[in-house]
Write a protein that binds this ligand. Structure first.
Ligand SMILES: [Zn+2]
Length: 258
């Protein structure tokens, strides 16, 4: 067996490789120790302390830590508490800061996962953007779905039994079987009530194919959230466009080998 020395997933350096959390430490610390967190590797809860070991100290402490600190701030201002049914959302953001953070979390989580190979290959193309070597945002579609807490209903006794809180930290792939599914992958980064879906082409695709994929994706998903794009830094999401914690939401996330 040959011993490959690992190299940094972001710059290729073989020196000073360090451990990097999938989610920024500043976000993980806001959750209870037993907080549910998931990635592709497991459908069970684990302490949200999953790390990757192929990031060099320079990337970790410089560019990536700046992306993290912007994202922690956005999280603290908007996503810290699970939203209640009936809440609407006003969300201000910097598109590039947000997209970089979500791509970075997705790339880290795909590398840490046992079945994220396709995603790793697709997401690696965005490293120059994440690292600020190119400014033009990539051809990735971002959608935000607001998921509020819900009342837990016991159908046997016809009573409500407390709340199912929208309290989670999760980065995983989402299965999608609609049209053009062989050309795209879908990743979810969910932080409490803010569920960000990244629609990522596996190779370069024409705009018309992208639009046709998006159309089928929206048709396929009863609730597909609202588009977050580079043309704006603000979205207003009325309560009619939010959803709530229910088991169907998790169906597409069950582990399934490609
Ligand atoms: Zn590096």
């Amino acid at each position: 067996m040959s011993l490959h020395k690992r190299s940094c997933a972001f710059c290729g350096s073989k020196n000073n490789l360090s451990r990097e959390h999938i989610f920024p430490g500043g976000i993980i610390r806001k959750f209870e120790v037993d907080m549910l967190s998931y990635n592709d590797k497991s459908d069970t809860a684990f302490k949200s302390d999953l790390v990757v070991k192929d990031v060099c100290a320079i990337c970790n402490n410089e560019t990536l830590s700046e992306i993290d600190s912007n994202f922690v701030k956005l999280f603290e201002e908007n996503m810290l508490y699970p939203l209640q049914p009936g809440n609407s959302v006003e969300f201000s953001f910097d598109y590039n800061d947000l997209l970089k953070a979500l791509l970075k979390i997705s790339f880290n989580s795909a590398r840490a996962s046992s079945d994220g190979f396709k995603a790793v290959t697709a997401l690696r193309r965005y490293v120059p953007y994440i690292m600020g070597r190119i400014n033009e945002p990539p051809n990735v579609l971002l959608r935000l779905l607001i998921v509020t807490s819900s009342k837990r209903f016991n159908s046997e006794t016809s009573t409500f039994e407390g709340m199912m809180k929208a309290e989670l930290l999760r980065s995983c792939k989402v299965n999608y079987n609609g049209s053009h599914n062989s050309n795209f992958i879908i990743r979810l980064v969910a932080l409490n009530s803010f569920w960000f879906y990244l629609l990522i082409p596996l190779k370069s695709v024409s705009r018309s194919k992208f639009n046709s994929f998006l159309e089928s994706y929206i048709k396929y998903n009863h609730l597909s959230g609202v588009a977050i794009d580079n043309s704006t830094n603000f979205v207003s999401i009325p309560k009619e466009m939010t959803t709530y914690m229910h088991p169907q939401l998790f169906e597409g996330m069950k582990r399934q080998r490609a």
